[in-house]
Design a protein around this ligand. Structure first.
Ligand code: CAP
Ligand code: MG
Length: 425
């Protein structure tokens, strides 16, 4: 009988190869289990192992595809596992995730597993497309190169009919928004049909472009079962739309891969549902990992949090995600694995969730100019209405870039003055 002992997955002398896919986990063993053993079990269960010895092993193949736990730190509960690339089907992210995350999260031997980071090897990256447009491509569409972009989500999230929706979008564009998007839960409901909404909203986008002399973007939410998603994407293209939006986690990676293959438009990734995976401090899959896979498949803009708004997500986490989205290379540290991105274009981060003018300077200071400042309630809740709300956001950005305090700028800009009165820091 050939033995597949869990212990056999530990090899602290192993130097990871360039071709290995590396995962960093934080592992809390269940009562009665040792950290070292559980790390080994994790490597086995996410690859070639099972709970007992088996008689059916092909030793030759097994030797090539067996992962190695090459780093253990019991103090901070971290381990790093190098998986040979041959273990996986390149170009098939669902398979990669079934392999790595498929069983380990449910094992009796662990109390918690947090997948903190991943280093994806070149060959796997090359089996995906990456962003078609990236940061420069998006800026080129808008012809805006030197400031953060301003976005909004039509609010209320759901409940407006098609014409009402288009009018709110128009007001936002008119006031100075570059980008208007549908909300995550607006697809095609009884009160708002997708096809009619797209037609109406694109019509008013073109009007706003004419009237303002600025280019505008509309993120049309095409989230739907995959055949219908494709139909909706094609409809947006045919109707003169310039961007599609997908709820990438509820939709699924496979559908995202499909969308990236079939559309020539840029893809906005809403991360609706991410906290189901990334909120618990000792269990789940961090947003960093989700973001890396999203870049690999090829989204152009991605929600990464604000650090100052209504949603969870601390500064360190957001800074790391932003680096991972924008850089060509990120260094290995005690906390993180390195990543080289090769040909894959950078993704533009979207700061969203409870954004309003008073916090704009803090977000820009923290995230820089390459960011979409996206405010829903913080625009449509303006006492003078949506258009004034968008004007106030643009004024807040102008003031920040001119290094003038918002309160000073507000003395001569009534929309900003009103916004600051309404939403204090
Ligand atoms: C923001 C938003 C976005 C969140 C998602 C909302 O609206 O439309 O979906 O930003 O969170 O529905 O809450 P407000 P995240 O501007 O009115 O808050 O960006 O963290 O993924
Ligand atoms: Mg939303």
């Amino acid at each position: 009988m050939t033995t597949v002992h869990y212990e056999s997955f530990i090899n602290l002398k192993y130097k990871p190869k360039k071709t290995d896919l590396i995962c960093q986990f934080r592992i809390t063993p269940a009562r009665g289990y040792k950290f070292r053993d559980v790390c080994s079990i994790t490597a086995g269960e996410s690859s070639v192992g099972t709970w007992t010895d088996i008689s059916t092993v092909n030793k030759k193949t097994q030797a090539r595809i067996t992962p190695k736990v090459y780093y253990l730190n019991e103090k901070n509960k971290r381990c790093r596992i190098a998986y040979p690339l041959e273990l996986f089907e390149v170009g098939n992210l669902p398979e990669v995730l079934s392999s790595i995350g498929g069983n380990i999260y449910g094992m009796n031997s662990v109390k918690g597993i947090l997948w903190e980071d991943v280093r994806i090897p070149e060959k796997m990256l090359k089996s995906f497309k990456g962003p078609r447009f990236g940061i420069n491509g998006i800026r080129k569409i808008l012809k805006v190169y030197d400031r953060p972009l301003v976005g909004t989500i039509v609010k209320p999230k759901v409940g407006l009919n098609e014409k009402e929706h288009a009018k709110v979008a128009y007001d936002a564009w008119k006031g100075g928004c570059d980008i208007v998007k549908d909300d995550e839960n607006l697809t095609s409901q009884k009160f708002n049909n997708f096809y009619t909404r797209i037609r109406e909203t694109i019509k008013l986008m073109k009007r706003a472009e004419k009237e303002t002399g600025e280019k505008k973007i509309y993120l049309a939410n095409c989230t739907a079962p995959v055949d219908e998603m494709v139909k909706r994407i094609k409809f947006v293209e045919k109707s003169g739309g310039n961007y599609i939006m997908l709820d990438i986690l509820t939709l699924g990676w496979s559908a995202l891969q499909k969308a990236r293959e079939i559309t020539k438009l840029p893809i906005h990734a809403h991360r609706a549902g991410h906290a189901m995976f990334d909120r618990m401090p000792n269990h789940g899959m961090k947003m960093e990992v989700i973001a890396q896979f999203a870049r690999m498949i090829g989204v152009d803009t991605l929600h990464i949090g604000t650090a100052f708004g209504k949603m969870t997500g601390g500064k360190d986490e957001i800074a790391h995600i932003e680096k991972e989205m924008e850089s060509e290379f990120t260094k290995q540290t005690k906390e993180n694995l390195s990543q080289r991105w090769y040909h894959l274009k950078p993704v533009l981060g979207v700061a969203s969730g409870g954004v309003y003018p008073a916090i704009v300077p803090k977000i820009i200071e923290f995230m820089g100019r390459n960011v979409v400042l996206q405010a829903g309630g913080g625009i449509h809740g303006h006492p003078f209405g949506t258009e004034a709300g968008a004007i106030a956001m643009r004024q807040a950005i102008d003031a920040t870039l001119k290094k003038i305090s918002l309160s000073e700028y507000a003395k001569t800009h009534v929309e900003l003055e009103e916004a600051l009165k309404t939403w204090k820091k």
